[in-house]
Each structure stands twice: as structure tokens, then as C-alpha cells.
Design a protein around this ligand. Structure first.
Ligand code: ATP
Ligand code: MG
Length: 152
């Protein structure tokens, strides 16, 4: 199905605005290099991917803001979700994609969760021939970068 990732992101961001505002976090969606072409994806799964990533950004951030952006180069749509949250310890970074894996600190916190979110994200992105990368620093924040091919 041909899907507007721009509209999909707008839908997910609007959906989580109340969650962010509950924690006094600002959330913004920024779209660069319009027009953004539609791409062929499973809209239900892609919505789940962006929801999981943005939900994490809100859940693991106590102060600051969440920035979601959509951009493109010749080959890919590039979606980044950046937060100013607790970050992920270097030692845990390779394992966050594992099924049921949760970082110790957040496990101890009151934030619920099963540790399945990122496992599904990685799996769905792989099924769409995309890529995901994480950049994170403890105490500073996390950036998730998703690349989806324009032509599959
Ligand atoms: P679920 O998503 O299943 O409700 P979860 O959020 O704990 O539970 P994942 O989304 O798979 O599980 O994330 C795995 C772990 O990676 C989290 O428990 C958390 O420790 C860490 N993590 C994920 N995203 C972030 C983020 N944006 N900032 C800090 N830590 C994160
Ligand atoms: Mg999660």
C-alpha cells in the first residue's frame, strides 16, 4: 500500500501529544525537503514502529523535548526521533533490540513495559528493507534514526 509517511507521523504525534503534555514535555514534528513521496509500506506496522519509538522517547524523558523529523535523500526517507531523556548506557546499546530486554535502571523505575517494543520496531523495519540506528548518551538523551527505502 502506498502511504504518506508525513500523514502517518502527523497521526502518531497528534495521538501522543496528551502523553507528552502530561509530563510537561514539548513534542514537535518537523518536515524537511518537501514534497515527501509516498512509499510502499504496511501502514499498520509502520504506525506501530513510530508509536513505539515516540512512546519510548516520552517514557524515558523527564525534562526537555521530543523532536520528530522527516527528511529525504535520493534513496531514503529519514525519520529521526530525538529526546532529551535518561539515555542508554553504552554497554546496553547492543541489547536493546533483543526480545524482552530492558535496561536495569528503567526496569527498576516505575515505567512499565515488556521490552518488546524495540524488538518489533527492528523486525518491522527489516521487513520493509529499512535500517535503524541509535545514538545515545547517558543523562543526555537518545536519537533513533530510521531509514526507509523510497523504492522497494
Ligand atoms: P515496551 O516497549 O515493550 O512497553 P520497553 O519500553 O521497556 O517496553 P523497548 O521499547 O523494547 O521496551 O526498549 C528496551 C529498553 O531500551 C527500555 O526498557 C529502555 O531501557 C531502553 N530505551 C528504549 N528507548 C529509550 C529511550 N528513548 N531513552 C532511554 N532508554 C530507552
Ligand atoms: Mg518501549
Amino acid at each position: 500500500e502506498w502511504v504518506s509517511i508525513e500523514q502517518l507521523l502527523e497521526k502518531v504525534v497528534n495521538h501522543v501529544v496528551p502523553l507528552a503534555h502530561e509530563k510537561a514535555l514539548e513534542i514537535r514534528l518537523d518536515i524537511q525537503n518537501k514534497p515527501i513521496p509516498d512509499i510502499k509500506v504496511d501502514p499498520i506496522r509502520m504506525e506501530q514502529v513510530f508509536f513505539n519509538l515516540i512512546e519510548n522517547a516520552i517514557k524515558y524523558t523527564e525534562k526537555g523535548k521530543i523532536d520528530v523529523s522527516l527528511d529525504q535523500d535520493s534513496e531514503f526517507l529519514i525519520i529521526t526521533i530525538q529526546d532529551t531523556g535518561i539515555g542508554i548506557p553504552k554497554a546496553d546499546l547492543p541489547r536493546i533490540w533483543d526480545r524482552f530486554y530492558r535496561v536495569e535502571k528503567s526496569r527498576a523505575r516505575k515505567t512499565g513495559g515488556s521490552g518488546l517494543g524495540l524488538y518489533l520496531v527492528k523486525e518491522f523495519i527489516r521487513l520493509h528493507s529499512g535500517q535503524i540506528e541509535v545514538i545515545s548518551e547517558e543523562g543526555k538523551g537518545t536519537t533513533m534514526i530510521v531509514k526507509l527505502p523510497k523504492i522497494v
